[in-house]
Design a binder for this molecule. Structure first.
Ligand SMILES: Nc1ncnc2c1ncn2[C@@H]1O[C@H](COP(=O)(O)OP(=O)(O)OP(=O)(O)O)[C@@H](O)[C@H]1O
Length: 633
């Protein structure tokens, strides 16, 4: 069994961001409308950290000025003062807790608002990208931006940022207060700091390495499971269950081994840190007591300092915990912004489709899309406009094209297709048939030559208008979540129910749709998994029928339909194709036999062209393919 690929939608853990500051600036830019809220959150964080520092520092005052004097000799005024200061301390702690609650809640609000805007921009840009971009990036890579990357960014904004800032402020406040209380005890704190950083570097580095390995192993395992689920039928047919189990066990063992290592290192970090903190606490107590005995420090100062050391180790742990989350969130944000910064699909076309009354045509009083009412609106440099009828005349003049530079796929293609003509492309796999149709709708722009649509170079036509005038039925039909009615209406959103049913009848899809549990209102889920491949194609043909465009492209559209259904829809397609320019790509030569013109493609060039009878008479490549088919059958 081939080695499974790692699931490519998991970005490795520990991937570092490359441009931290520009990325942070950009995230702030998304919050620009909430500057007041942001400032309020910052103020709440400052209050919360200050409350902790002041609370701890007040201890010194309470002990030295109230508790110790009260212990030596009771005094009514002192007791009153003591109660008062305890009351103030309580208020300070309550205010601190309220500030913490406020900033956490508001940060959550701010993060969801920011994420909303980022997701909007991401999807907006994705829709504006060219097909070329999707050729270069996998489905998994793109999905990961919406799932993993936005999720870590959300976690960072809602949780880590506030925690990080609060912990840093607390650390700063505690350290300054410690310095004011006693420089001698602060030296111990600095030594503890060095030790903590050393352990974090050593153990944290090892832990990151094993987590990276764990992520890869998890990716391998998930990829394998996904592959086995997808290929369950093949596994069963070839009795590969045992093999699959062995391969799975090996991957599972790998994951178990690296996870154990990763978790050992991450789990020992916390106990080591808390032990260092405990040792430091003990040393501070001893040194503080000595200093108190020699009268260098007051008892209150030592106790307050001890309280501050507790407050000191906690923010360090919090900062170290948030740091990695923030780094991976920033790396994710960089990937998101990279997509947002991608140049959108270029469109310099200024010629658009228009109708004299800008209304849709009606069939029996129902709204439908009928592009026969439309014409091309051509703006001129002098500001005048001319109109040219939309007929669906396509012409290729010596077209060269390659998906990559220096690797031509189409070499000098010239052809003409006029209204009412059915042009078929045949040829071996990879010859360039689909590529020709991809150029008509400008999924890609040509390198050399010209493509004319109704005599207009297609580069001058706006892509939206161009694509509005074409319908494509592909072999791998895509159905969206929604009813059958909605899916057919996708071809023309303004079409009425009656027009949709009319289109379905035209494509001969009506009968099977009526047999579905809820007919046209049957819900389709997960790309129409509850339908057969042939039924999905019939819906796609009906979708093209409702769009009613002057140019129709069928790319292997009837490949999954049995011969009986094919004969049925052939009949329907005849009326659908009437008066239209039709391009058909088919491996099954019976489908193309009645085409007006058959083009035989070989390695990007048209080697033969003519009607079926002409090509058979010619006894060339088409003849070989055709007779070969008979031999095969
Ligand atoms: N998006 C793409 N990026 C790079 N190369 C591509 C892309 N699509 C197709 N190709 C290459 O272009 C060549 C022509 O492909 P095309 O899909 O047009 O062939 P085809 O004749 O339609 O084949 P088939 O009958 O198998 O569908 C092939 O060599 C293919 O590998």
């Amino acid at each position: 069994m081939p080695k499974p690929k790692a699931m490519n939608f998991q970005h490795p853990i520990g991937e570092k961001p490359k441009n931290i500051w520009p990325t942070i600036r950009r995230i702030f830019f998304y919050m620009r409308e909430d500057t007041f809220l942001f400032c309020f959150i910052f103020a709440a964080i400052v209050c919360s950290s200050a409350a902790q520092v002041i609370g701890a520092a007040l201890l010194q005052y309470i002990i030295d000025d109230f508790i110790l004097p009260l212990a030596q000799n009771y005094n009514e005024d002192l007791q009153q003062g003591f109660i008062k200061i305890l009351f103030y301390m309580g208020i300070i702690y309550c205010l601190g807790a309220a500030a913490s609650y406020t900033y956490m809640r508001l940060m959550l609000l701010l993060s969801t608002k920011t994420l909303y805007k980022i997701r909007q921009d991401l999807f907006h840009k994705m829709e504006a990208l060219s097909i070329h971009y999707f050729d270069q990036h996998t489905h998994g890579e793109l999905m990961s931006l919406y799932t993993n990357d936005t999720d870590t960014l959300r976690e960072m904004l809602s949780n880590s940022v506030a925690n990080f800032v609060a912990a840093s402020l607390l650390l700063l406040g505690v350290f300054s207060t410690m310095l004011v209380f006693s420089w001698q005890l602060t030296v111990l704190v600095i030594l503890q700091l060095f030790l903590i950083f050393y352990c974090m570097k050593k153990i944290g580095g090892k832990s990151r390495l094993y987590f990276k390995q764990q992520q890869n192993a998890l990716g391998q395992l998930n990829g394998f499971i996904e592959e086995i689920i997808d290929g369950q039928k093949v596994v069963k047919v070839f009795c590969h269950e045992e093999h699959a189990l062995t391969d799975f066990s090996k991957l599972n063992e790998d994951l178990c081994r690296v996870s154990t290592n990763a978790n050992i290192f991450s789990n020992i970090l916390m106990p080591i840190m808390s032990n260092i903190a405990n040792i430091h606490y003990a040393l501070t107590t001893i040194l503080g007591s000595i200093l108190a005995i020699y009268g260098i420090l007051s008892v209150g100062t030592v106790i307050a300092f001890l309280q501050l050391t507790r407050n000191f180790s906690m923010p360090i742990t919090r900062i170290s915990q948030q740091f990695n989350t923030m780094l991976s969130a920033l790396a994710g944000a960089e990937r998101i912004f990279r997509l947002i910064d991608e140049p959108p699909e270029e469109d310099q076309g200024s010629i658009t489709l228009t109708t004299s009354d800008d209304k849709r045509n009606t069939i029996n009083g129902d709204t439908t899309c009928d592009l026969s009412l439309f014409s091309w609106k051509i703006p001129h440099k002098d500001g005048t406009l001319t109109y040219h009828p939309l007929t669906g005349h396509i012409e290729f003049k010596n077209v060269f094209f390659g998906y990559k530079t220096n690797q031509p796929v189409l070499k000098g293609i010239s052809l003409q297709a006029v209204r009412g003509q059915k042009i078929a492309f045949v040829g071996s796999t990879g010859a360039g048939k689909t590529t020709i149709t991809n150029l008509i709708n400008r999924f890609y722009d040509i390198a050399e030559g010209t493509i004319l649509y109704d005599g207009i170079p297609i580069k001058k036509i706006s892509k939206t208008s161009l694509r509005q005038s074409l319908s494509m039925v592909l072999q791998d039909t895509h159905l969206f979540t929604g009813t059958v009615m909605d899916n057919i209406r996708y071809g023309c959103l303004s079409a009425s129910d009656k027009a949709v049913i009319h289109a379905a009848k035209l494509a001969n899809a009506d009968t099977f749709i009526r047999h579905l549990p809820q007919g046209y209102e049957t819900d389709l889920t997960a790309d129409g998994i509850n339908l057969s491949q042939g039924q999905r194609q019939l819906i796609a043909i009906a979708r093209a029928a409702v769009a009613n465009t002057p140019v129709l492209i069928f790319d292997e559209a009837t490949s999954s339909i049995d011969t009986r259904t094919e004969a049925l829809i052939d009949e329907g397609m005849k009326s659908l194709m009437q008066g239209k320019t039709v391009f058909i790509i088919a491996h099954r030569l019976s489908t193309v036999k009645n085409a007006d013109m058959i083009m035989v493609l070989e390695q990007g060039t048209i080697i033969e062209r003519g009607s079926h009878d002409e090509l058979i008479e010619k006894k060339g490549k088409y003849y070989q393919l055709y007779t070969g088919m008979f031999e095969l059958s």
